[in-house]
Every structure is written in structure tokens, then in C-alpha cells.
Design a protein around this ligand. Structure first.
Ligand code: FES
Length: 593
């Protein structure tokens, strides 16, 4: 018999174990439960993988260990659970040497990355939050790149339900923010993204694959067909057309141009969600790799062809026919862009944004036309629209109903998506913006219809030279006060003032953004809150720490503050997972005998 190594610890004599039935080995390592059952000796982590309750308090019958708390059951030999919500309990080697029982005090997997990849797959498939959180923690601890984790979750989401959902949007939005997040928040971001994808897919029928056409029509024909099939709501045809374009090697820019043209066959479809989801599918592919385009992009088609357009809404038809106004302007776009082509140096984004916030729809359209004639490119129009929409949120009056926040939010995240899509399309638009810029026209009218949200407008802190000297000056104190504000309801104005103060003093915008992310990620946030933060951070990056940048982050802070705090149940799940994974003892008091 080998001499005991330093990795092994003495649990006690076999005689003692047989007499007591179980022993617990404490030490710097995690507590280990040693059990003798029908002449065989087993060793397991004494902390129940569900919530850490001491398994020594459990009962053993017929080779099955039952936790005393929520009665999860485990196979003693393998540690595998019969109750998937509880997760498997880690086991460790045990040896009987000269009548003494020795246990190896380290737990581990031969290939941790592969093990936690499988566990994440299980957690996603069965919508198990705790398993997802532990697997996320395990993969990060095994140095799996976050992009690989996002890819696993995204492909699961794309294949496990019949169409793109809010979960994939949240996953992508949070994955976009990962570079700005500290380690703890990055873990929470991945956890929230994955759990929302799992929840979306729970009980859903998986997606059915379609095949591309065997032929290779030219890109212009594919774009026309995609618009045609969208108009007649022919999902199968639209999916096959899109798959054909992908199989033909169409670039992301060309695909974006075709999909944006199809999306804008309907006006502000599904309150902007349809276009927003499409943009997120593109961003998802930027993150996980364009080799997955055929698996991901067609997931947006079902919603796109089924979406209800604003042209069916009375508000867009009366008292002013906004749809007719958009159509007339759209018909002039080729001529307008031709006039503006070659005119250099247009940079009146902020001035145009203020005109887009006017209360005369014809004048709004005229301002847009004038900008195009003066040389504004489609993506620059998108940037102005997004800033104007952020101002709607930043000036959201507290006299509005709470639900009205979503109206303001919809226009902003739609505008952000339009801006992103137009940036992506760039010069790939063979029609010179004639089709794609319909999205900007629709956005300006949605913005116009939401003008009542700024009557009266909330004042944006920091404007007009306001220094906000009643607030702390130290950067960390401001950020701590901001988190404290998010701990309480109705702190919309205080949160806005603290954000403005931070920026006016020239403190790090990155640290401020990380604090806003922390405030969001500790909540059981709604779908829109994730979109709001990510779109805000994206648009802030276009402006930096300028007045316009401050307005955008004030908008984010006001929206988040209006929706905080929540129960923070998901944070509790993440915290339990973290403590279990780090090997700390939980519920020690309950385990004291
Ligand atoms: S079943 Fe063991 S802690 Fe819940």
C-alpha cells in the first residue's frame, strides 16, 4: 500500500465509519462527506450542489443519497443527480489503507472546459438557472474565451426555438458590452444572457432547417425577392431566398442591405422590434463568427414577414398621413442622394437631431431632405436620429405614465439599430440609400409621434453650465451614490444628476458605464433595460464625453432608475453558484451538529 500523499486526508478509521455510517472531513479544502453504504465507501462534496446544504444531514437508501433540504437525490457512486435542477454533486477518490479511510481533498475534471461546456448544454436544454450559472463560472475559470461561450449559447438559441427571441437579443446586447465590464459583471452578463435564452427556448419546438435554392440568382434579384416574400408574408420563400444569398457568399453588408429593404416594406414593424432583432442577429454573427450565418440569420425572417406595420395604425394615418409623407420622401431619395453625392464635410448631426424633434412632420422630413442634399450619408442620418431619440428619453417627463417609458425606449433602440445597419451597409447599397433610408424616415415619424413624452420636458442636468456642486466631486463617491440611488425607487432625477456630474467633472466614462452595467446586472431586469444600456453605450461611443454623449448616458440612467430596484432573484442564484464553485462552505450553521 502506498503511503498517504499530501493530497489525501485521513477521514478516520473504517471501523469508526462503519459505526457512524458517515464522516465529514474539514480543512482548507471544501468539506468532504464520507459514507459507508453496504460495505462500500464513497466520498462526495458535503455541500449539496443545489444550495449548499450539508449532505451529511441527508439520508441514504439503496445507493441513493437524498438531501435533507429540498430532497434532491444523488447516485452515491457517481454523484449524478436524479433531479436535474439540483446538479450533480462532485465526488472524490477514496481509499482504505490499513484500516483507515483516506480521501483525496481535491475535486476536479480531467478536461474542465469540456465538462462545463456539457453542463452548460444541460442547463440550457432544461432551463436550469443554477446549472447555467455554475457552468458559466466553470467555463470562465477554465479560461474558455467569452466569445466561445456566447457562441454555444447563441447556436443553442438559434436551433432550439422557431425564431429569434428576446433571449438572443439580450445575449447579444450583453455580449457587446463584455469588453467594458469587470470580471464579476462579465460573469453576470453571460449568465443573464444564457438564462434568458434558455427561458425563451423552454418548451418550444426546435427550429426546422430549410435549404437554399440550388441556383445562384444575382444579388439584386435576391433583394427584390426578399421584399416580395415579405410583402406577401411568405416565410418559407423568404428564408430560402436569404439562405441562397448566404450560400452564394453575400457579404454582411449586402445581406444587411437586403434585409433592411425587406424590413422597411412595413413601417416601424412591431414597434421597431423586428428591425432591432435583425440588427442584433447581425451583431451576434460579428461576435460568434460569420460561418454561422445560415444558422442564425434566417431566425429573424419569421417575425419579419409576420410583423404588423404602423401603416395599419390610426395614429400614423390621422390627423396627418405620416405613411404617405414617408412614401413621398422615399420616392425622392435617389435624387436627393445624387444631389448630395460629393458634397464634403457634412457634420451637423446634433443640429439635425434637434430639427427631428420638432412638432411638424413635414418640416421634419424637409430637414432630413436638406441634410441629404448637403451631403449627409445614410449612416449619418441614422446617428442624428439615434441622438434625437436619446433626447426623447433624457427629457422624458415624470408626469407621464410609467408604461410610456417603453414608447420612448422603442424609438431609441430602433434608431440605434437603424444607425448600426446603415453603418454596416455603407456603400454596399446599390440603390444609393433609396430603400435603406426608409428606416430613417420611419424612425423620424415614430419620434414625432412620441413628442408628448417631453411635454413638459425634463431638464437635462449639466446643461447651460450647471455644475451640480451639491453632489460629491470624487469619482468613486459619485458612482457609489449612483448605485445607492438605483437601490431605491423613484430616483430618476438623482441618477441623471449623478451621471451628469461624473461626466462634467471629466471622470472616466468607462468606469461610469461599468457602474451602470453593475446596476443593471444585479437586477431581474426587463428585456428593454438591457437594450437601453447597450444602445446607449453604443451611441455614446459616437460622441464621447461631449454634451451629446452626456445626454445619451443621462437617458440611460433615467430609464434604468425608473425600473430599479427589482427582487434580484437571479443575482441570488448567481451568488449561490459562485460560492459553490469557489468551494466555500454554505449553511454552516445548518450543518452544525
Ligand atoms: S436539495 Fe439540497 S440544498 Fe436543496
Amino acid at each position: 500500500m502506498d503511503a498517504p500523499t499530501r493530497e489525501f486526508a485521513l477521514a478516520g478509521s473504517l471501523e469508526e465509519l462503519k459505526a457512524k455510517g458517515r464522516l465529514v472531513v474539514h480543512g482548507a479544502h471544501r468539506p468532504i462527506l464520507v459514507i459507508c453504504d453496504r460495505g462500500r465507501v464513497f466520498a462526495l462534496d458535503n455541500r449539496c450542489p443545489h444550495m449548499g446544504f450539508p449532505l451529511e444531514r441527508g439520508s441514504v437508501e439503496d445507493g441513493i443519497l437524498t438531501c435533507h433540504w429540498h430532497h434532491a437525490r444523488f447516485d452515491l457512486e457517481s454523484g449524478c443527480t436524479f433531479d436535474l435542477w439540483a446538479d450533480d454533486v462532485p465526488i472524490c477518490p477514496v481509499e482504505v489503507r490499513d484500516g483507515d479511510v483516506w480521501v483525496k481533498t481535491t475535486f476536479g475534471h480531467a478536461d474542465p472546459a469540456a465538462h462545463w461546456h456539457r453542463r452548460l448544454a444541460d442547463g440550457l436544454a432544461h432551463n436550469l438557472g443554477l446549472v447555467i450559472a455554475k457552468a458559466m463560472h466553470g467555463q470562465l475559470a477554465a479560461d474558455v474565451p467569452p466569445a466561445d461561450i456566447v457562441r454555444q449559447v447563441a447556436l443553442f438559441g438559434a436551433q432550439s426555438r422557431d425564431g429569434w427571441g428576446v433571449g438572443l437579443t439580450i445575449l447579444t446586447a450583453l455580449a457587446n458590452l463584455l469588453p467594458a465590464l469587470p470580471e464579476e459583471e462579465a460573469f453576470l452578463a453571460l449568465f443573464h444572457g444564457a438564462r434568458r435564452v434558455a427561458a425563451d427556448c423552454d418548451g418550444e419546438a426546435p427550429r426546422r432547417e430549410r435549404a437554399p435554392l440550388a441556383g445562384r440568382p444575382n444579388p439584386a434579384a435576391l433583394k427584390r425577392w426578399l421584399r416580395r416574400w415579405t410583402n406577401v408574408r411568405h416565410r418559407e420563400a423568404a428564408e430560402r431566398t436569404l439562405l441562397t444569398a448566404i450560400a452564394a457568399g453575400a457579404s454582411p453588408a449586402v445581406l444587411a442591405d437586403a434585409l433592411l429593404a425587406a424590413e422597411t416594406e412595413r413601417v416601424f414593424a412591431d414597434s421597431g422590434h423586428s428591425l432591432d432583432f435583425t440588427n442584433k442577429a447581425f451583431e451576434c454573427l460579428d461576435l460568434i463568427g460569420w460561418e454561422h450565418a445560415a444558422a442564425v440569420l434566417p431566425t429573424v425572417v419569421g417575425q419579419m414577414v409576420a410583423a404588423r406595420g404602423a401603416e395599419e395604425s390610426t395614429a400614423w394615418r390621422q390627423p396627418v398621413d405620416l405613411v404617405a409623407l414617408c412614401e413621398e420622401a422615399a420616392s425622392q431619395l435617389p435624387e436627393l442622394f445624387a444631389a448630395g453625392r460629393g458634397v464634403p464635410g457634412w457634420c451637423d448631426h446634433a443640429a439635425l437631431a434637434r430639427e427631428l424633434l420638432g412638432d411638424d412632420p413635414a418640416r421634419i422630413v424637409d430637414a432630413l431632405k436638406a441634410a441629404i442634399r448637403a451631403g449627409a450619408a445614410p449612416a449619418e442620418l441614422g446617428r442624428s436620429l439615434a441622438y434625437a431619440a436619446a433626447l426623447r428619453v433624457a427629457r422624458f417627463g415624470n408626469a407621464n405614465e410609467h408604461a410610456d417609458w417603453e414608447t420612448a425606449h422603442h424609438v431609441f433602440t430602433y434608431a440605434n439599430a437603424v444607425h448600426r445597419m446603415l453603418e454596416r451597409i455603407g456603400t454596399a447599397d446599390a440603390e444609393g440609400g433609396a430603400t435603406a433610408v426608409r428606416a430613417v424616415l420611419h424612425g423620424t415619424m415614430a419620434l414625432y409621434l412620441a413628442r408628448y413624452l417631453n411635454v413638459p420636458p425634463a431638464r437635462i442636468p449639466g446643461d447651460g453650465g450647471e455644475q451640480l456642486d451639491d453632489l460629491p466631486a470624487d469619482a468613486e463617491m459619485i458612482r457609489a451614490a449612483l448605485l445607492d440611488a438605483f437601490d431605491r425607487q423613484r430616483q430618476v432625477d438623482l441618477a441623471a444628476r449623478l451621471v451628469a456630474r461624473h461626466l462634467k467633472l471629466g471622470h472616466s466614462p468607462q468606469a461610469l458605464i461599468a457602474t451602470l452595467a453593475r446596476a443593471l446586472l444585479r437586477e431581474d431586469a426587463g428585456f428593454h433595460a438591457y437594450q437601453m444600456l447597450e444602445a446607449g453605450v453604443r451611441q455614446f461611443s459616437s460622441w464621447g464625453n461631449t454634451d451629446e454623449g452626456r445626454h445619451i448616458l443621462v437617458a440611460v440612467a433615467r430609464y434604468l432608475a425608473a425600473h430599479s430596484p427589482t427582487e434580484r432573484a437571479a443575482l441570488q442564484t448567481a451568488d449561490i453558484a459562485r460560492r459553490l464553485m469557489r468551494g466555500g462552505e454554505l449553511h454552516q450553521e445548518a450543518g452544525a451538529s
